[in-house]
Design a protein. Structure first.
Length: 206
């Protein structure tokens, strides 16, 4: 497979990145393959479950970005990978993996994917999902409480202590690298439709 194109989708926590990516997948189907930076959190298996809850998961050091870079390079070379599976409940990487096969278009999502220069340079098109901070906080509370078994207090404390400060340091400043900015995230039908048409055009190229 020649000329594999990598599209990055970044934005703040709970900005709607996953919604954008999933809608593109629904429209483009097997023309795209998805991979998330969140799969590549370090396992921290040497730490106890209690100690793992105290890690700053919104800092670049929490990610095994080198592994993601290597996996993306292999995919761009047309080689299948076995990407990690991460458990937000156990705060560690599981033993199982998921096979990811090369596709004409590979979409990589993650709130910190533009912070690392080597990773950023692997992306041919860079998208930033821009959503109001209050809206992102509400979404994060609902997601973490309902889907990840967190308490309301722990979500708010984490947001105040790490999520917002790290966003200001490692996410928002890198919006300048984006080729496309999508306001309102997954609610922006026009932007998603434009991206889907671009993916369709890429998939038809030799």
């Amino acid at each position: 497979m020649k000329n594999i194109v990598v599209i990055g989708v970044s934005g703040g926590s709970a900005s709607g990145k996953t919604t954008v990516v999933n809608r593109l997948k629904d429209i483009c189907k097997d023309r795209v393959e998805l991979i998330s930076h969140d799969y590549y959190y370090k396992p921290f298996q040497e730490l106890s479950p209690e100690e793992r809850t105290k890690i700053n998961y919104d800092h670049p050091s929490a990610f095994d970005t080198e592994l993601l870079i290597n996996d993306l390079k292999r995919l761009k070379q047309g080689v299948s990978i076995d990407r990690p599976v991460y458990s937000y409940i156990e705060n560690t990487r599981l033993e199982e993996t998921v096979r990811v096969n090369p596709a004409k278009v590979i979409i990589v999502d993650g709130f910190m994917i533009y912070e690392n220069e080597e990773l950023r340079n692997l992306m041919d098109i860079k998208v930033f999902v821009d959503t109001d901070a209050d809206e992102r906080l509400i979404r994060r509370i609902l997601r973490d409480v309902n889907e990840r078994g967190r308490t309301l207090t722990s979500v708010i404390e984490q947001y105040s202590l790490t999520v917002k400060p790290m966003h200001d340091l490692f996410v928002e400043p890198y919006k300048t690298y984006a080729d496309i900015i999508i306001p309102r995230g997954g609610l922006n039908d026009i932007a998603i439709d434009m991206l889907a048409h671009r993916i369709e055009a890429i998939s038809k190229e030799d």
